[in-house]
Design a protein around this ligand. Structure first.
Ligand SMILES: Nc1nc2c(c(=O)[nH]1)N[C@H]1C(S)=C(S)[C@@H](COP(=O)(O)O)O[C@H]1N2
Ligand SMILES: [Mo]
Length: 320
């Protein structure tokens, strides 16, 4: 039974600071432990004892190479995945129940060829590439992730969009055996499962929008949304829905989980914007994972040159 009443990302500025100090202290303790053992622990790609991500072949990408990726350890042990846990440490310990193979994605709605694609085929046949992107959670922390994936537009073009296609909705697999918290009714302010998210069609077709199947050159760890998840780098992290099994193209705006749970706090667009604060905390700054000092939040998370034209003429305070 869950007795915690506050959502994990409903942190005020104060608790964000507490968390920052907490994490820094843990980092120092870890460093001290390593030094004490008298041996340097090499950088390891092992995050979850029950699942060993395997190497993928992919094309390195020149874009955004100036960013230095956050440690693998951080990316894979500090997660938001409410189907497993509310805590950041929970998903990496609990996600062993997720069975990522076999796995299919059903594409339906306003497409010429509705289809079901096998993720194993995607891994084998699609030209995968590496994209090093900034990632910004609405809670105020950020990281840099070397994703492996392909553009969502590749898949949507395969299915063929009709002239009525205006929005796309994504759905996380619903299977309480694999995702135990899906069966807890009334789970944290009635978060309705399955988790759904949506994009406008031009956002979905944008070349920055990825379907990711891996990170750091390996298949995606379970806690990061295996076997396939969305990555929309100019939007807050909750738009980047994990473990997708359905993609539905439609003529009108679709539901999205956090917008439904709390529309005042989480808009449909959710573009990263330092000028539009969350009702309970400022978005002007962010704390990179593992770092002590905060840094300034960038408009569209640093991708303004690429994406701001999508929102010409829109009031981004109203359409937050
Ligand atoms: N299905 C599902 N997708 C999800 C979430 C979730 O709880 N369930 N959390 C979102 C949030 S709030 C963030 S910040 C990112 C976290 O991704 P990461 O754990 O790989 O960093 O996943 C997003 N996608
Ligand atoms: Mo998030």
């Amino acid at each position: 039974m869950h007795i915690i009443k506050t959502k994990a990302w409903q942190l005020g500025e104060k608790s964000v600071t507490d968390e920052k100090i907490y994490n820094e202290r843990r980092r120092l303790m870890k460093m001290a432990a390593i030094a004490g053992a008298g041996a340097m622990v090499p950088f390891s790609l092992k995050a979850s004892a029950t699942y060993v991500p395997r190497a993928l072949s992919f094309a390195p990408n020149k874009a955004y190479r100036d960013l230095s990726p956050t440690e693998y350890e951080k990316i894979t042990t500090y997660n938001n995945f409410y189907e497993f846990s509310l805590s950041k440490e929970g998903p990496s310990k609990l996600a062993h129940t997720l069975i990522p193979e076999p796995w299919t994605i059903e594409i339906s709605g306003e497409v010429e060829k509705p289809m079901t694609v096998d993720v194993a085929q995607i891994l084998a046949k699609y030209p995968l590439e590496e994209r090093i992107y900034r990632f910004r959670c609405v809670e105020g922390w950020s990281m840099v992730v070397p994703w492996i994936g392909f553009e969502l537009s590749c898949l949507l073009k395969k299915a063929g969009l009709t002239s009525q296609s205006k929005f796309v909705q994504f759905q996380t697999k619903y299977d309480p055996q694999m995702f135990p918290e899906q069966k807890s009714e009334g789970f944290f302010g009635n978060i309705p499962f399955p988790y759904v998210e949506g994009l406008r069609i031009d956002e979905a077709m944008h070349p920055l929008t990825l379907l990711s199947v891996g990170l750091y050159g390996k298949t995606l760890p379970k806690q990061n949304g295996a076997p396939i998840r969305l990555v929309v780098p100019w939007k807050y992290g909750f738009k980047s829905i994990k473990s997708i099994t359905k993609i539905h193209v439609s003529a009108s705006m679709t539901r999205s989980t956090w917008n439904e749970v709390n529309p005042r706090e989480y808009g449909f667009y959710s573009n990263v914007n330092p000028d539009v604060d969350h009702p309970r905390w400022s978005q002007a700054k962010e704390r990179p994972l593992g770092e002590f000092f905060k840094q300034k939040t960038q408009h569209f998370n640093g991708y303004a040159d690429e994406v701001s034209h999508l929102y010409t003429g829109m009031d981004l305070r109203k359409h937050f």
